[in-house]
Design a protein around this ligand. Structure first.
Ligand code: AMP
Ligand code: ZN
Length: 131
């Protein structure tokens, strides 16, 4: 199995899973842009959001549940949802994923959405979400 995210679903590669249901899993991004940056993916392999129109509706309940969890546990002030389809759009992992990006009043606006923040301790965030 060569797909990185299929290997995460299979448990072959460790991840920090914050939500899971029969259809989807949600895990913390290893290179977060904001505290709590999470990826929601279908358990089945789908390349991207346009290659199989059924896939996004399938994972919609997981996206909603994960967004609610992030609001409740991290107290974020807003959320961005993003799914890149195709290399030209910035997609780097070719297994459909929706970025859920919690946003905080200290760093507002769309222009501040993108870009890794190396100061974020992903294990600390994971502990906060599980507690
Ligand atoms: P994209 O550019 O939309 O394909 O985003 C891919 C995302 O996957 C990036 O934000 C990466 O930081 C993230 N990522 C890559 N490998 C892993 C991994 N092993 N665990 C968690 N997130 C990952
Ligand atoms: Zn895959």
């Amino acid at each position: 199995m060569s797909c990185l995210f299929c290997r995460i679903v299979a448990g072959e590669i460790p991840s920090r899973v914050v939500y899971a249901d029969d259809t989807a899993i949600a895990f913390l991004d290893i290179n977060p842009w904001h505290r709590g940056h999470t990826l929601v993916i279908p358990r089945r392999h789908v390349d991207d959001v346009v290659s199989d129109p059924a896939a996004l509706p399938e994972i919609a309940p997981a996206i909603a549940a994960t967004a609610k969890l992030l609001v409740e546990k991290l107290g974020c002030d807003g959320i961005n949802l993003l799914s890149n389809a195709g290399a030209v759009a910035g997609q780097e992992v070719f297994h459909l994923h929706v970025h859920i990006i919690p946003r905080y009043a200290s760093s507002p606006g769309l222009r501040a959405m993108i870009g890794p923040d190396p100061a974020i301790d992903v294990d600390e965030v994971f502990a906060a979400l599980r507690g």
